[in-house]
Design a protein around this ligand. Sequence first.
Ligand code: 13P
Ligand code: SF4
Length: 319
Amino acid sequence: RPERDALIERATALLKAQNAVLVAHYYVDGVLQDLALATGGCVSDSLEMARFGRDHAAQTLVVAGVRFMGETAKILSPEKRVLMPDLDATCSLDLGCEADDFAAFCDAHPDRQVVVYANTSAAVKARADWMVTSSCALEIVAYLHAQGKKILWAPDRHLGRYIQEQTGADMLCWNGACIVHDEFKGLELELLREQHPGALVLVHPESPRSVVEQADVVGSTSALIKAVVEGQAPAYIVATDNGILHRMRQLAPGKLLIEAPTAGNSATCKSCAHCPWMAMNGLANLVECLEQGQPQIQVEEGIRAKAQGCITRMLDFVA
Ligand code: 13P
Ligand code: SF4
């Protein structure tokens, strides 16, 4: 505790001294989420992180999340310094969609609008017409579908299938998955619901169909938090990374929050639904990156300029 408090104090002082702002995702350690809010930064979903970083006057953004979030911040604000506690914090969706393979996929289907999820590298975004996050993917694909456009989608297969079913769009999907959400289990969820008949089921759309089908609310991390805060039910089963429970508990203290079942969290492991890359962000490496001015996100200018187009298109659309 004293060590933790000293690190919080040090990080707060460094952020202030360097006119830096902390931009955190809901899945990172609660102590970082609290620090972001206490120092004038933000804790949010990936869409809001992008918007906040772009619009904030600070010349240094410290992104506590995974690499694609830092890259998005840098792509939108190349003049700003973008620090991350650990550049190895990646994402299975990003890892599973290598830029050259993706370019070949796009080349083979030139008649399709290329729509990529935020959870991709800058090089993949450089090939895309649109970037989307889970909070606006449905809306944007529905808009393109209404214009008669056919879509090439990457990389999350579950989110792609969900959007396809909801919109009826013609979508050709890459076969990627999130290693965290892919683990939620439909059958075990049915059993859990029987034990909690009054509970609402909140599901992030990176989850498999058998889980999404049982959802009362499907949405981005921000949408799931809103559902808990505004919901009338006393209990909620949450199918997303359990890092989100920290903010949910703060905003809805009287409500019962239950983690949705994964293959491993039955009897032996109670916290399997946690992203190992989000977990690489801590107080110690946050302080270190502020002290040393690294690691910094760099995106090669040719790629950055191309990738900016698809992100700006999304931000203009949701504005
Ligand atoms: P959100 O955009 O909903 O915050 O999701 C980001 C993410 O990585 C989910 O696993
Ligand atoms: Fe990627 Fe899944 Fe981690 Fe989100 S939770 S950053 S989608 S691996």
